[in-house]
Ligand binder design. Sequence first.
Ligand code: GTP
Length: 737
Amino acid sequence: MTKIRVHEYARKVNKSSKEVIEELNKLNINVTNHMSMLEGDAVSKLDTVFNSNTNAGNAKTTQKVATNVAPKPKNTSKEQQMTKQKKPTNNSNNENKQSTQGSNKKVSQNNKNMDQNKKGGFNQRKKPGIHGGKRRHPKTHQPTIPATPKELPEKITFYESLTVAELAKKLHREPSEIIKKLFMLGVMATINQELDKDAIELICADYGVEVEEEVRVDITDLDVYFEQSAEVSEDELEERPPVVTIMGHVDHGKTTLLDSIRHTKVTAGEAGGITQHIGAYQVVVNDKKITFLDTPGHAAFTTMRARGASITDIAIIVVAADDGVMPQTVEAINHAKAAEVPIIVAVNKMDKPSANPDRVMQELTEHGLVPEDWGGDTIFVPISALKGEGIDTLLEMILLVSEVAELKASPKRSAIGTVIEAQLDKGRGSVATLLVQDGTLRIGDPIVVGHAYGRVRAMVNDIGRRVKEAGPATPVEITGINEVPQAGDRFVVFEDEKTARSVGESRAMTAIQASRSEKQRVTLDNLFEQMSQGDVKELNLIVKADVQGTVEAMAASLMKIDVEGVNVKIIHTGAGAITESDISLAAASNAIVIGFNVRPDANAKRAAEEEGVDIRLHRIIYKVIEEIEAAMKGMLDPEYEEKIIGQAEVRQTIKVSKVGTIAGSYVTEGKITRDSGVRVIRDGIVVFEGELDSLKRFKDDAKEVAKGYECGMTIKNFNDIKEGDIIEAFIMEEIKR
Ligand SMILES: Nc1nc2c(ncn2[C@@H]2O[C@H](COP(=O)(O)OP(=O)(O)OP(=O)(O)O)[C@@H](O)[C@H]2O)c(=O)[nH]1
């Protein structure tokens, strides 16, 4: 049976890909994309739904064409005779005949001649047959091929495959001609048959037509556009502002710092100083811009990253000098490190008498952030966000780090970027704050934002001004899209609204069908497989335990695991329950979470399920190590699940010395097998669980006894069987990982 792509099938039955996908899903055939390949079985089912016969039709056509093209020896000679009879009447025909006998290559040459001949006014019937010139149309035959076939194209292109009909169209030939030619080349084909690259190349070579396979990208995959931006030539690139996120522990002054920067820099010179919150703002320092994301904290940062968006160039970790390094400070550092974002430390609340910056530096050193003064490479800036002190230095340091990072973008290209936040506005509809990451966004641009699409209707900048365009690293609020996207969604500008619309619709469709849990996150179960495929070379772990001492002991033991081909990397550790933040970090970094004597809280559990993050809970350290090591070596013990296979009622008990108590029983459900586990149930309570010692039918050992039969059983290490007891039999079935 033929394979066919969804969109090709849709075209055949005159439906949209969307309708076909919907029908497939109704048929429980999981297809999400219009490029998905359908097997023959799915095609048959669809044919029934659409009352079409694309598939059955193929089968019929195959036969028909096969009988048509397969030259029976008898017929051939007849035809040859006919050709012979015609021969003396036409010289040119004669010439053609001679030239067309022989190899297929000649056929192509002749067809070319024929084309030229046609221009010279020769009749179609004089055309050499596709059977190497051996066949002629009888005089009476009404030719179906147009009298003057079009010229062959110089070159054709195709994507993956073409049907005979499609190839014929591209070559300006009748399908029957292609079918015959294929037959001559030893390929039996029907008009709807899909031809692979080799067959297409063979036919085209035969016609002397150049052929090229198109490389197409899935335009619905917005990531592709982000990858393309990396390919822009050097001379198109210009310096762009850095995008900065502020993170740190609760109450250490993140919001105060963001406000302080905004008020000292943004409002200066702005009439009225109206600032509106659009999720990000820009400041100008020494004629250079810096973009700040207005949602402080690592939760937002990592949620975005989990959605595949990395928009932050520099992370400011705020640490209150009077409080020192706290759990969320460490989390923030680890989140930034996992994202490989450079860190600047802002030691805040320096105005407080209890401020102790040395302590902060000392504590951060333990987390790998060593101040430059102490020989490290981390920039520490003492500030007072409340009093506005040290802010200028901090901003200068941001520019310095940004310069080193050589942040560049190409303002000339069409815009791509990420949603910072979005909501539904009663008057304006869907409103989204976008961060343009590359290119320039303009009013009227056809745009796809996540699964939404539209045209940029209006753009407002961070100070509430209407703007016509926004360049790289600029946040703008836009209206004009049909739905509310999510923070972290990507956006891409397309050339025309039609493409934007079809990409948007197709993405929305895919999103509905793609379950998030299907994401190929690394789990201990699939670790080895992913390692073998080369997808995973580093096993990222997040370790949570009840007390800090255990966390350290666990981390140290895990680091010692040595398995060739993969490194263990602990990206975050902490004492206390597994939180949602741990899960989002795990999701963003493709990590496994290990909990030792701790449990995930409700939010973390839900998030882990949604994101497909693997949480492994343990109570014994060496078990953790063993499990991870085994997973890395692909030797994880199989997991078993209990399955109850039958039940028997004890109707009589017989005590036999040396043997013990024999339970004369009657199998009431399923079956009892010799190797099954058994449970003795008395008045609804399990009084014993163990194994069978023997299972007999009359005096003979039995492998299994089915429902409706009597049997005798003895149970290992259990003699207290009573009449009326129920014996439940179970087996442990291996769960496929
Ligand atoms: N003395 C002093 N107080 C400060 C400074 N910066 C912030 N604060 C105070 O610290 C408290 C917390 O500041 P926020 O900016 O809300 O801290 P945050 O980190 O944003 O807190 P969350 O949003 O709860 O995570 C507020 O009462 C601020 O006024 C500072 O430089 N000096």
